[in-house]
Design a protein around this ligand. Structure first.
Ligand SMILES: NC(=O)c1ccc[n+]([C@@H]2O[C@H](COP(=O)([O-])OP(=O)(O)OC[C@H]3O[C@@H](n4cnc5c(N)ncnc54)[C@H](O)[C@@H]3O)[C@@H](O)[C@H]2O)c1
Ligand SMILES: O=C(O)C(=O)C[C@@H](O)[C@H](O)[C@H](O)COP(=O)(O)O
Ligand SMILES: [Zn+2]
Length: 382
């Protein structure tokens, strides 16, 4: 872990992917430099900004102003906020709008928003005219620490999370930490789950730092920038070594096998945001690791305690409408987990823990112990 930044220093994190390498620029106010940076990267380019209604209200005009100041023509595509847009219908809307705006192969799509907009606009860019470059301007904490980096793009199927998609790296990521000031507290907390994930999966010192400093991240200031930069460095390192998830990258999926199943079981709705699903999933992964004797109960409890302190849900019973059919049913959750992209020849793969800060990939996990574990968890009192 590197020392916390001074508040005013913008920081650059390099995603070292050879001829597809790119910079992540992190700092307060860096959105104003978007136009200048895009003009330097792609002289003469035209752009289409894809965003959602809420983000448009706060951040579309400053984004357009920055591009206009650099002489870059823009058009806009505004979708509904939330997972409802990360769908076939959302993809059709964005793709048709980009075609209507005559976005050409050498133009740029700009994803201005949270992970939904980033995944959706990135996927539309990946398939438009068989591939147009795109820039990520992440506006949620989750997008700044995770989804804008690494090139996973896609949409959901009613049968599962991110089941249609492509690896398509952005050419630039601009993470302005000031834009997080308009994010709702619940969405900020949800994004924090992915920050904690980076500590839990590979950096015990960062997790310890988070235990002491998490409230400062919520307040803003240098702790926020430090947490974002540390998460981005961790992700950039993994992605540069294993872009297509043939090995190590699967570690970034800690908590997601359970979490994605819970998101599907709640209909990709506001009952459970992605980061909240990750928080519950990460707690379950830690508890399952303890049940298998891989870590002590105390370590699993340490992780859960921190997530609770950060205001996150950690138990299945914390989900609104928990008792509804589907969610309180281990077999239904097992069926949803069978659609996980880490499944190989029908066998589940889980990301489990050997310690706080040391995650491992567990292949060929037998379904029976997982089902029994879920039944135990489902039987707990609300
Ligand atoms: N591609 C990846 O590697 C990756 C990684 C993690 C998550 N994801 C995906 O990201 C999605 C979740 O992303 P998310 O949590 O950002 O959700 P989101 O995109 O739905 O954004 C959350 C909410 O916050 C609002 N919002 C965003 N920025 C704002 C701002 N600055 N001010 C006010 N409101 C703002 C949005 O309008 C939305 O309502 C999921 O679909 C998940 O699967 C992808
Ligand atoms: O970038 C990755 O790799 C991740 O797994 C990051 C996750 O936080 C993210 O939610 C990702 O979209 C999940 O990937 P999926 O392949 O399980 O859909
Ligand atoms: Zn995630």
């Amino acid at each position: 872990m590197t020392a916390p930044l001074k508040h005013s220093d913008p920081v650059n994190v390099d995603v070292a992917l050879g001829d597809r390498a790119y910079d992540i620029v992190i700092g307060r106010g860096v959105l104003a430099s978007l136009g200048e940076r895009v003009a330097a990267l792609r002289p003469g380019v035209r752009t289409a900004i894809v965003t959602d209604r809420t983000v448009a209200k706060y951040w579309l005009e400053p984004t357009e102003a920055s591009l206009a100041a650099a002489g870059i023509p823009t058009s806009r595509v505004v979708v509904e906020e939330g997972e409802i847009s990360k769908t076939y219908a959302g993809l059709e809307k964005v793709s048709e709008a980009l075609i209507a705006a005559k976005i050409e192969r050498n133009d740029l799509v700009i994803a201005l928003g949270g992970g939904v907009v980033g995944d959706l606009a990135g996927f539309a860019a990946a398939i438009l005219r068989r591939g147009v470059d795109f820039v990520q301007v992440p506006t949620s904490l989750l997008a700044q620490v995770d989804s804008s980096v690494g090139g996973k793009t896609g949409i959901n199927s009613p049968q599962g999370k991110n089941l249609l998609g492509a690896f398509h790296q952005p050419v630039l990521v601009i993470a302005d930490t000031a834009v997080l000031d308009t994010l709702s507290p619940r969405q900020f907390r949800a994004g924090y789950a992915e920050v904690a994930k980076y500590g839990v999966l590979g950096d015990e010192a960062f997790f310890t730092w988070l235990e002491k400093n998490h409230s400062d991240i919520f307040k803003g200031g240098s702790a926020r920038e430090h947490a974002i930069a540390t998460s981005c460095r961790a992700k950039a390192g993994v992605v540069s070594r294993d872009e297509r998830e043939t090995g190590e990258r699967a570690l970034l999926n800690l908590g997601h096998t359970f979490g994605h199943a819970l998101e599907a079981a709640t209909g990709f709705s506001d009952r459970l945001f992605h980061g909240e699903g990750v928080s519950i999933g990460m707690t379950l992964a830690a508890q399952f690791s303890a049940k298998l004797g891989m870590i002590g109960e105390a370590e699993a409890a340490r992780i859960e305690r921190h997530l609770i302190e950060a205001g996150l849900p950690t138990r299945l019973q914390d989900i609104a409408g928990f008792a509804q059919e589907g969610l309180a049913d281990a077999d239904a959750l097992m069926a949803l987990m069978a659609q996980d992209k880490k499944v190989k020849r029908g066998k589940l793969t889980f990301i489990l823990l050997e310690a706080v800060g040391r995650a491992v990939i567990a292949k060929d996990v037998e379904p029976t112990p997982v089902r029994d574990f879920l039944k135990e968890k489902l039987a707990q009192k609300a």
